[in-house]
Design a protein. Structure first.
Length: 86
């Protein structure tokens, strides 16, 4: 984007809580709007905030079924440690 390559950016989001999309707006999507259905959601149970960072040192799992971008495959990752934390 900074080099002037043609691009399109997301203008409306329909999934994230507004507290999360507000964070993203400051980074890369200054004109991002929140769909009405993202408003007024119940608080996440069991935590003090709806927007938190959890720090750990566990890397993504080594899984041959999920190729890296260099292989021309998906860039999806998984981390079973994070799932168990949740």
């Amino acid at each position: 984007m900074l080099k002037g390559f043609p691009h399109h950016t997301l203008t409306a989001q329909h999934r994230l809580r507004p507290t999360i999309s507000a964070f993203i707006r400051t980074l890369t999507y200054p004109y991002l709007t929140d769909a009405a259905k993202t408003q007024g959601r119940a608080n996440v149970r069991g935590v003090q905030n709806n927007f938190i960072f959890i720090d750990h040192r566990r890397r993504e799992d080594d899984d041959g079924r999920i190729p890296d971008r260099g292989d021309g495959g998906s860039s999806s990752k998984q981390n079973v440690y994070e799932v168990k934390m949740t």
